[in-house]
Design a protein around this ligand. Structure first.
Ligand code: SAM
Length: 283
């Protein structure tokens, strides 16, 4: 079993390596956490799993025992060598590539005999958000994701209306998925221990029929209305677009909102409605 402190140190020493900060390498050393991830993600022998950043294989080992097939993307050549030596099962395919540059559609045939495909990863924290949005944007049947992320990022990704964690990221996720925190993970479950605690989050992609033609434009609007956090919706919209405050107030009042409302008081569906009204006045 790889997932413990001694074994992790031993493997790194054997290959004369240290964890690389530039690749966000913090290896899981707690087998209880790994078991909890497997349990939470309900992986079974019909399941295909994609893992981004397998590292020395602590999670990969357990994924390969529990799932039918595992496909890993790892950017660091040194890790590939370790994985090839240490993963003994024959249901793991390893691709040496920056996941952000990967064309997933080319690899999906690998999973043709699996009933479903999930993504389960202890993500490199420096690229958490781009990885998540890449997966959400892909047009394919993969829609169930379990990610280890930095606690504060996880709270923002799953933030709910009227909470301090609710922001443009929460809305951008909620617009196309349902997200929740599964459980907390302390920093000492990793080697080397990062400066922050972590959480496992689950994101399930869902088509929500908001009927928006230009999704990118909508997501830019979402970013703009949360731009200045202490400001009202009116101030954010009027400072980001060529529209005066009176017109924005009219938009709000038409829908029964007070002019002083802040963006964090609006749900995704409410923001969608206001965005559509905004497009009409801007035509
Ligand atoms: N899964 C291992 C574990 O839980 O112990 C390692 C997780 S570590 C937080 C992140 C891993 O992602 C590292 O192995 C790192 O080399 C890899 N990585 C970093 N950037 C990557 C990228 N752009 N594409 C693929 N893998 C990447």
């Amino acid at each position: 079993m790889i997932a413990n402190l001694n074994e992790t140190k031993k493997i790194l020493a054997k290959y004369d390596l240290q964890a690389k900060k530039k690749f966000g390498q913090n290896f899981l050393i707690d087998s209880n956490i790994i078991n909890k991830i497997i349990e939470e993600s309900k992986i079974d022998k019909n399941c295909g799993v994609i893992e981004i950043g397998p590292g020395i294989g602590s999670l990969t080992e357990k994924l390969s025992e529990s799932a039918k097939k595992v496909l890993c993307y790892e950017i660091d050549e040194d890790m590939i060598e370790i994985l090839k030596d240490n993963i003994k099962t024959n249901n793991v395919k390893i691709i040496k590539q920056d996941f952000l540059k990967a064309d997933l559609s080319k690899e999906l045939d690998y999973f043709s005999d699996c009933e479903n495909i999930k993504v389960v990863s202890n993500l490199p924290y420096y690229i958490t958000t781009p990885i998540i949005f890449k997966l959400l944007e892909e047009k394919n049947e993969i829609n169930d994701f379990y990610f280890m992320v930095q606690k504060e990022v996880g709270q923002r990704l799953t933030g709910k209306k009227n909470s301090k964690d609710y922001n443009s990221l929460s809305v951008a996720i909620d617009f196309q998925a349902n997200a929740r925190i599964c459980f907390f993970v302390e920093r000492n479950c990793f080697y080397p221990a990062p400066n922050v605690d972590s959480v496992i989050i689950n994101i399930q992609k869902e088509q929500k029929n908001y009927d928006i033609d230009n999704q990118k434009d909508f997501l830019r609007f979402v970013q703009n209305i949360f731009q200045l956090r202490r400001k009202t919706f009116v101030n954010n919209v009027s400072s980001q677009y060529h529209i005066n405050k009176e017109e924005v107030i009219k938009l709000l009042e038409k829908r029964g909102y007070k002019p002083t409302i802040r963006s964090e008081e609006l749900s995704t569906a409410e923001i969608v409605t206001l965005y559509k009204d905004f497009l009409l006045t801007n035509e």
